[in-house]
Structures are given as C-alpha cells and as structure tokens.
Design a protein around this ligand. Structure first.
Ligand code: FES
Length: 152
C-alpha cells in the first residue's frame, strides 16, 4: 500500500540524479505498483518542478500507472500479423465488454489491459497474454472464459 514516508524516502534517494523525474517515477512504481497522485507534490517540491510538469511526465510515459493494476493483467497484441487477423476490431469488442480503455483497469479492480507489440505467436493470432499465460486465436469469448478460469 501507498506510504507517503516511503515515497519521500525514494524521492530523497534519487533526487540528486541527472533528470531525476523518470528514475523516481520508476522507483515509485516498482515499490507500490503504481504512482500515487499524492507523490506528485513530493516530487515537484524535491526537484523544484511544477506539479503540472510532473503530471505531464507521468502521462507522457504510458509505463506509469496512476492506480494499482488489476489482479489479472491482460496484454493484447497490436502488432501487424495480429492486425491482419482482425485484432483491431476484436480489441474494440474486448475493451467495450470490460468497460475500459487501453491501460485501464475494470471498476472491480480485477482486470488491467495493456497493449503489446508482438508476442512471437504471430502465426496463431490474434495473440494475448493473461499474466504469463499465452492465449492464441483469441476471441472476446475465449478471453472471457480464460479470465473466469484464472479468477476461480
Ligand atoms: Fe501478434 Fe506477433 S504480431 S504475436
């Protein structure tokens, strides 16, 4: 869980670095799994930046989460071979069913969806991963089923 004092410690450890914002954000995400909104003023004060500048950095790099990730992390392949298998339309359907956008987490905190660019499963696309488990010839229904199974 988020701890302001732990966050302040991380900021203090890194603030002397050149271009410290990114290393700090990475370290915070590593510690907490996401970058809490409450870290923004701590970073801004330590580095003499505006809060808007720190926000801009968090938003610009999609690596940073603004909220804890869902219990299940789904990666959907958006690269070419999977696109040729209709991934774009499929992803639209999946995201709509989950009620989220890319990088989003479902309201129940269960599922987070991230894009990836080729999982090396091109001949069996559309491809995806749930956690470390690869899924091939994906459909919205097969993803549903796989999510239910790993939830059980
Ligand atoms: Fe999707 Fe390679 S393009 S797995």
């Amino acid at each position: 869980p988020w701890s302001a004092s732990r966050a302040a410690g991380i900021v203090a450890e890194h603030k002397h670095l050149e271009g410290a914002t990114l290393p700090i954000l990475h370290a915070l995400q590593e510690e907490f799994g996401y970058v809490d909104e409450a870290a923004v003023p701590i970073i801004a004060d330590a580095l003499n930046l505006s809060r808007a500048e720190v926000h801009g950095c968090i938003t610009f790099y999609h690596d940073f989460r603004k909220a804890p990730a869902g219990r299940q992390q789904v990666k959907l392949c958006r690269a070419e071979a999977c696109q040729a298998m209709g991934s774009e339309r499929l992803h639209g359907e999946i995201l709509q069913r989950l009620g989220i956008d890319w990088h989003g987490t479902t309201a129940d905190g269960e599922v987070t969806v991230e894009p990836v660019y080729c999982l090396g499963l091109c001949s069996n696309g559309p491809a995806a991963m749930i956690g470390e488990e690869p899924l091939v010839r994906l459909s919205a229904d097969s993803l549903d089923a796989a999510l239910k199974e790993s939830r059980a």
